[in-house]
Write a protein that binds this ligand. Structure first.
Ligand SMILES: [Zn+2]
Length: 287
């Protein structure tokens, strides 16, 4: 059965499909000219060898299966940041480990979709160990940081307190575990994001997609077992939301938010140019 929230989304998307392509192409052409102009004004001719991309755009934004981003028709995206809820109590009986383990990332969206459909199950979710009220605020600030791109018309999203209507979910965990239930205490990975993607071309041809929620999970403790400092939590949320928006890989420039080192905990000029570039492309896939 299709999750209710996704059906709603599909309905809003499908009637527009026929007219969408030409509008989108026009918009893309206009946006492309505008972006080229601003890119040229800012950074004259520096291209990365072999990529054809401006030096500020890191090519790792693209997944190995192509470019991924949301469509205007899906916006405003609704983002549900839980007040500390964890998915860890939902166990895989065969593994004896949480379903939301890091070896099982593709299963996370389906798990959340199933929980939304069953309020009695949703009510059993508990708060992650180590969660502090300040963590919610920090995660919220991190997620909202990408709103600086709204005036440019690239993205549009809002927070919701109603989990039934969300497109993107933020949960928490004390620490991540593997499928063997092994705890990853010592590493500095503060979050993971999982999304299911659908062929843009197929959807434009009228194919039905069983849209799934995008799921981010943030860690409440650091690699010393101490409460995650609020600045690090904010950076982690900002970074994971960058993945939720479609930046798939990691910049190799350590100063960028979307590097594995979280940069300076802010959206860098490279991160900004990369998101702009991504949203001016026709996607291969949509979340
Ligand atoms: Zn990442």
């Amino acid at each position: 059965m299709l999750p209710v929230v996704r059906i709603k989304h599909l309905k809003s998307l499908m009637p527009a499909a026929a007219t969408l392509v030409s509008c989108l192409l026009t918009l893309l052409a206009l946006a492309w000219v505008a972006s080229l102009q601003s890119a040229l004004a800012l950074r004259p001719a520096a291209l990365q060898p072999g990529t054809g991309l401006a030096a500020s755009v890191y090519p790792q934004f693209k997944s190995n299966v192509g470019t991924i981003h949301w469509l205007k028709e899906q916006m405003p995206l609704k983002v549900y940041i839980s007040h500390g809820l964890t998915l860890d109590s939902v166990m895989d009986p065969a593994l004896g480990a949480p379903i939301a383990n890091i070896d099982n990332l593709p299963a996370w969206p389906k798990l959340v979709a199933a929980l939304i459909e069953r309020p009695e199950k949703w009510k059993t979710l508990t708060q992650a160990g180590g969660f502090l009220p300040g963590h919610y605020q920090a995660a919220k600030e991190g997620v909202l940081a990408w709103k600086i791109f709204e005036p440019e018309g690239l993205i549009k999203y809002e927070l919701t307190e109603d989990p039934e209507e969300a497109d993107i979910y933020v949960f928490f965990t004390h620490h991540f575990v593997t499928k063997l239930g092994m705890a990853l205490f010592a590493n500095d990975i503060r979050g993971y994001t999982s999304k299911t993607n659908f062929s843009y071309a197929a959807i434009m041809r009228g194919a039905k997609a069983n849209f799934q929620p995008v799921v981010c999970v943030l860690r409440t403790t650091d690699n010393q077992g101490q409460p995650m400092p609020l600045g690090k939590m904010k950076a982690a949320a900002m970074h994971e939301f960058g993945h939720a928006l479609g930046i798939e890989g990691h910049s190799t420039n350590n100063g960028d938010l979307m590097s594995i080192y979280y940069g300076r905990g802010v959206i860098s000029p490279n991160d900004a140019d990369t998101l702009r570039y991504l949203y001016h492309l026709t996607p291969d896939l949509i979340p």
